[in-house]
Design a binder for this molecule. Structure first.
Ligand SMILES: [Zn+2]
Length: 312
């Protein structure tokens, strides 16, 4: 008897409750990000008010990505598509066009002072470019400087608010809190790298993804490959790198999560130079890994770099 009465009262009150709940909870804003680092930024700004998916997932290489028909379909369900720009997503224009999506495309790097793709490089510039991958005029890896990430956050928050004005207050609040976290992160990285004598701040990575990091935090960076991950170095370029390592122009070699480690391992074997660990350049780690968010990624990289250079 009791259970029955209870059930009836639940039924009677249910419609009222449900009505209120629906009025309060509009479904989260569907957002697509081109790669994992941007997806995390959208999540930090949107919280539970957004449903984010990433086209290129953790440990994935967005340079050489080929969107699938399923990606195109998924993009049509998004109302906002957050991309890096600066030529990072070479496949972007074709995907947007072929999908017929009506999502607003938000370019996160808007407002960033971009480095030219081949400006002030030390590793010899006759890239083969034999893979037919067109290289942009700019180096796209702007997120490796936290000051630029703060600009990304502004651009993403503005884009989300434009599409979903009802949630603009939430986005602005979250973006402000996240910006404070990033300001503290920037100071933390400056302190970690700053503790290493300037002459020892020299590292080598697989592809040239750390030029913004190098400029912001005053480190010299050499790379086996150019700003895109798919250009193969020539024998002459490898020989030049070996010479530079032997001359002591590199304190530590680093592998990257998105790159084949073999070229770095070969250089280490050839020269006896130490491998300082693995850096996260163009993608986050899986959840639970050492770089599951942008903040964790930058902190992990800075610690690895500072630790290895300090020994060099
Ligand atoms: Zn890259």
């Amino acid at each position: 008897m009791f259970t029955r009465r209870h059930a009836v009262s639940v039924l009677l009150s249910a419609p009222l409750f449900a009505g209120r709940a629906v009025a309060q909870a509009t479904p989260p804003l569907p957002v697509m990000a081109s790669f994992s680092i941007l997806a995390d930024m959208v999540r930090q700004i949107g919280g539970e008010q957004v449903a984010v998916t990433s086209l290129v997932g953790p440990d994935g290489d967005a340079h050489s990505y080929s969107p699938t028909p399923a990606d195109a379909r998924a993009l049509t369900a998004a109302r906002v598509f957050v991309v890096n720009g600066l030529g990072f997503e070479g496949w972007l224009t074709r995907l947007v066009r072929s999908s017929g999506t009506r999502a607003k495309v938000v370019t996160a790097s808007t407002g960033v002072t971009a480095l030219k793709a081949e400006e002030g490089h030390s590793h010899g510039h006759s890239h083969g470019h034999s893979h037919g991958h067109s290289h942009g005029a700019f180096d796209p890896h702007a997120w490796q400087d936290v000051t630029n990430a703060r600009i990304y956050v502004k651009a993403i928050a503005a884009g989300l608010s434009e599409v979903d004005a009802a949630r603009a207050d939430v986005f602005a609040r979250n973006a402000a809190a996240y910006d404070a976290t990033l300001a503290a992160l920037d100071a933390e990285i400056r302190a970690a790298i700053g503790a290493v004598p300037r002459a020892q701040r020299r590292l080598l990575t697989s592809h040239d993804a750390f030029r913004y990091f190098a400029k912001a935090y005053e480190v010299d960076v050499l790379a086996v490959r150019g700003v895109s991950s798919d250009s193969e170095p020539s024998a002459r370029q490898i020989a030049a790198l070996i010479r530079q390592i032997r001359q002591g122009k590199v304190s530590a070699l680093f592998m990257e999560n998105i790159s084949d480690p073999r070229s770095i391992q070969r250089l280490a074997a050839e020269t006896g130079a130490r491998i300082g660990g693995k850096l996260y350049s163009d993608a986050l780690s899986e959840a639970g890994g050492p770089a599951a968010t942008y903040v964790e990624m930058m902190r992990h990289n800075a610690r690895q770099i500072a630790g290895a250079m300090a020994q060099g």
